[in-house]
Structure formats: C-alpha cells, structure tokens
Design a protein around this ligand. Structure first.
Ligand code: NDP
Length: 507
C-alpha cells in the first residue's frame, strides 16, 4: 500500500478541502494481482498525474512471463470450476456485493480517476462510478435469468442449444473511462462464468487495482480476476498473442485494434472484440430545438476534454442556422475552461498527459493549416504548477476531407461544417472511416426515421447525445470495430454455443 503525498492547485482553482483531505489519506495498491495474491513484477512503471505532472506512484509492471503466469492462474480457476461451477445465484451475490463495495468506495475510486487521468473528481464520482456500480450490478442480476434453448426436433431425438463460458478472457482497456471500460468488459465476462486477465492502460492502473481489490473483498475466488499492469506493446501484446487466451476484448485506438487482429491471426485465432475510435457528428437541421441542440453538441465534445470514442467532434449544421448555432456553442466553450480536477466546480479537467496535450495541439495546428477558421481555444493552457490542460477549441468552415473532419483527435476540439440539404448532410455524416455514434437534431418525424436509418453507425441518437442505459448495446461498425458492450448482447462475446443432439433409440 502506498500513500499519496499531496498535490497543489492549478489554473486558478484550488482543490476542494474535501477532495484534498481524501487525497492526503488515500491508499492504493502498486502490485499486480495474480492468483489472488499481490505480486511484484519484473518492471516498474511511473504513474504521472496530469494535474501537475507529479509522479504519484511507482508500480509493478508485467512482461510476457507475468502475463503467462496470470493466464495460467485464470486457466486453473476456469478449469476447476471454482467460479463457473458455482450456482448462478451465488455468482450473482458476489457481483452484487462487489457493486455495493464499489459504491461505498466511489469517492476513493473517483479520486484515483482524477489523479491518474485528470477528469474532475466530482464527475468521476457522479458519472463514471455510477456507471461502474450499475454495470457490475446489472450483469450480476442477469446471471440467473439467462436460459438455454431446446428446439423442436423429431420426437426420436432431443437437441440442446447451450451457452457455455468461453474460458479465459483477456481485457485490454484505455484510460479515458478507466473503470467504466473495465466494468463493461469484466462484468459480463464474469457473469458468463469466464475468468479474466485485465490489462489497464499505463496511465490508469491505480483505480483498476482498487477495483480488483474490492472484487476479492466481495468474495470473488482467487485467480478469477487477475490484473497485470504494464506497457501496451509488452503486456498488452503478450495477452493478445497468448495461446491460452480464448477471447480478447479491447477498447482503444483503431491502430492498436488492428494489432489485436494480427496477434490473434498469428497465435491461436482467439476471438477478438474491438471497440475503437470514432468521429461522431451532431447533424442539426433548422427545425430542431436550437438551444438544446447547440448546448448538447458543445457538451458532447468538451465533456471529458473530448477524450471519448463517441465524442461529437463534428458539428454539421444547416447553412441557414449556422451563425445562431455557432454563437451558442462558443458561449458554452467559454464557460468550460479547464481547471484543477480536484476543484469541486471544475467544468473541465486536465487531458490525460502532457504528451497527449501536445499531440492534440499538433493536430489542431496541422488541421487549421489545412482548412478552417479557429474561433476559440487552440493553444495549451499554461498554469504555474504545470499539468496538462487544453481548452475547448472550435474551428469553423472545416473542409470535410481535411484532418479535423476525418481524424480522431481525442481532445476538446470541434470541427464545424455546413450543409445545404439532407442528402449532403448524410454524405458528410457517413463520410469518415468510422461508424461509432452520431446524432440527428430535427423535429420532423419522417426525417428523424429516414436519417437515423441511413446513418452507418452502431449508435444513433435523435434529439439527444450520449443517452442510454445498460439495457441497450454499445459499439460500432466500419473502423470503429465490432461486438457490443452493455446489454445482454455483451454476454454473447464470452459464450460459446454448443449443440448437443441425442438419439433416444427404440424403447
Ligand atoms: P491505445 O489504443 O494505444 O491504448 C489502449 C490500450 O491498449 C492500453 O491499455 C494500451 O496500453 C494498450 N496497447 C497499446 N499498444 C498496444 C499494443 N501494441 N499491443 C497491445 N496493447 C496495446 O490508446 P492510447 O491510450 O495510446 O490513445 C491513443 C489514441 O487512441 C487516442 O488519442 C484516441 O484517438 C484513441 N483511443 C480511443 C479510445 C476509445 O475509447 N475508443 C480510448 C483510448 C484511446 P498502454 O496504456 O500501456 O499503451
């Protein structure tokens, strides 16, 4: 266990006394979790806070041999039935207990989010932790409600269609919603009876370790959930290439998603599920509620500093309402300036790291040089205590084939393009390699149906953005990946369907 030394204020905001005092007392694990025990690894990894650039922890990091030990632990736990062999009601009780413990420790977990990846702690508590708790609870509740099938076959036979847990699951997750992404993978995998090796992003290992510690406390048997921190190209790759991992589930960049397909192809053809990048659009027609459309469009790109695969990074607006909408968006951009994530009222936190801030800034500079007019933001926010802050940035008149309209920046950067008719709006909305999520804003019912049907996206919103709950699936098409998180469909990723045909014979 390690204790954090404390942190200082940035960007004109002081940490709230409540968060500051919790930070002073917070304890977290720095080892790896393998086979139910906390272990050191062959390497070390520094966790640097984007709040102020301080090193907050020095943690154990795994390599290929560590990943192998974790996979062997998960395999043993799977094969001896210590988890999949438990009565569904007993497995359910453990996941429900785990979700309760996450709820009880939500402030600590939220604080670790802020410390590791810079999102406002309040937001992490109220949004991320609520999602984490509900996800684990929802999949826990589902465990004893899933039925298999007996089809109608000739009376001389009986056939069973059964869903069986696939085995050992590797889960590689990013830093932008560190625990939500972990819960979206781990909870349904455990619900099916699989065992898991989790590789958190190198920026956000501490919250994942606490999540796993709470799973043990809830009664999850040893070895059922293993956590190997480490570098992507070392530990993540080893998990992707491991011959005894049955399913690999990943959220992250399209580039790394491609690698997981290669790892699978050159190892054991493990099933790979990919939730990748996006280039979401808010398409606003003149008949929409412009106030709501503009404020939601602004929120959808500035929230979480734009570090979302679903971020509404493109605003496609009808030419007749362009000025009206842009004025509203700029007002919101001005009100969402970045601040210390530990300030109670921070509207926007830091971006995940100084490197990422510089990448985003480089792309903004290159993008604006290609096409567009910078209306706000566009330069890093400097503070007297360091840290990685980037302001809401709005670029108007962006050419649809240019960098800002085509590439995922993963920062608070909005690219605005106008259209003159529905056909053009649709072509623009679908005109990227991605197909994750977009929204259409209109009060014309026919257009809402027509347009949403033609959007090549896994998720479509009408007159809203980022809405949904655990009952609905989440995931993309095209180069945004395949497979669905959330909902009962998520369970399919971790289940094998077995057919058993029995001949009954003569009496
Ligand atoms: P990555 O896709 O690089 O990382 C996501 C996860 O994959 C991390 O756990 C990472 O480990 C791991 N990983 C990285 N490289 C490899 C590899 N060669 N083999 C196996 N695993 C690997 O995302 P980044 O965090 O680097 O962000 C880069 C860009 O990706 C962002 O700017 C954004 O465009 C996109 N992205 C999309 C996300 C989404 O929600 N769809 C989430 C995060 C990023 P490690 O942390 O050690 O690198």
């Amino acid at each position: 266990m390690t204790q954090h030394a404390g942190s200082s204020a940035t960007a004109g905001y002081a940490p709230s006394p409540e968060w500051a005092s919790r930070l002073a007392g917070i304890r977290y694990r720095t080892e790896l979790l393998i086979d139910g025990s906390w272990q050191s690894g062959p390497d070390r990894l520094e966790v640097v806070s984007p709040i102020d650039g301080a090193v907050v922890a020095d943690i154990a990091a795994g390599d290929a041999s560590t990943v192998d030990a974790a996979v062997r632990s998960a395999r043993r736990a799977f094969e001896d039935g210590r988890w999949s062999g438990l009565a569904p009601a007993d497995r359910k009780a453990i996941l429900i207990r785990w979700s309760q413990l996450c709820h009880e420790r939500r402030e600590d977990l939220a604080l670790l989010h802020a410390l590791e990846m810079g999102k406002p702690a309040r937001e992490a508590r109220d949004v991320d932790m609520r999602a984490v708790v509900r996800t684990i609870q929802w999949f826990g509740e589902a465990i004893d409600k899933i039925l298999d099938e007996i089809p109608n076959v000739p009376t001389s036979s009986v056939a069973l269609i059964q869903r069986e847990p696939a085995g050992v699951v590797g889960a590689v997750v990013p830093w932008n919603f560190p625990l939500t992404m972990a819960a979206w993978k781990v909870a349904p995998a455990l619900a099916t009876g699989c065992t898991v090796v989790l590789k958190p992003a190198e920026q956000s290992p501490l919250s994942a370790l606490l999540l796993a510690e709470l799973a043990l406390e809830a009664g999850l048997p040893e070895g059922v959930l293993n956590v190997v921190n480490g570098l992507g190209h070392v530990a993540g790759r080893a998990l992707g290439e491991h011959p005894d991992v049955d399913v690999l589930t990943f959220t992250g960049s399209t580039a790394v998603g491609r690698k997981f397909m290669e790892y699978s192809a050159t190892s054991n053809l493990k099933r790979v599920w990919l939730e990748l990048g996006g280039k979401g659009a808010n398409v606003i027609f003149p008949d929409a509620d412009l106030d709501k459309a503009a404020s939601t469009a602004a929120w959808s790109i500035f929230y979480n500093a734009g570090q979302m695969c679903t971020a509404g990074s493109r605003l496609l607006v009808h030419e007749s309402i362009h000025d009206d909408v842009v004025e509203r968006v700029l007002a919101i951009a001005a009100s969402m300036q970045p601040a210390n994530p530990l300030a109670e009222d921070a509207p926007l936190g830091a971006v995940v790291s100084a490197e990422h801030r510089d990448t985003v800034h480089g792309m903004v500079e290159e993008g604006v040089a290609q096409s567009g007019e910078l209306l706000s933001g566009g330069a890093p926010v400097l503070t007297d205590t360091g840290g990685a802050y980037y302001p809401p940035t709005v670029v108007d008149n962006v050419r649809p084939d240019s960098l800002l309209a085509q590439q995922e920046l993963f920062g608070p950067v909005l690219a605005i393009t106008t259209f003159s008719d529905e056909g053009q709006a649709l072509a623009l909305a679908n005109g990227t390699p991605y197909g994750l999520a977009s929204a259409v804003w209109t009060n014309d019912l026919s257009r809402a149906h027509r347009f949403s049907r033609r959007l090549k996206m896994g998720v479509v919103w009408v007159n809203c953005y980022e809405e949904g709950d655990l009952t609905v699936p989440f995931g993309g098409v095209k180069q945004s990946g395949f497979g669905r998180d959330k909902s009962l469909h998520a369970l399919d990723k971790f289940l094998d369907i077995k057919t058993t045909w029995m001949e009954l014979g003569e009496e």
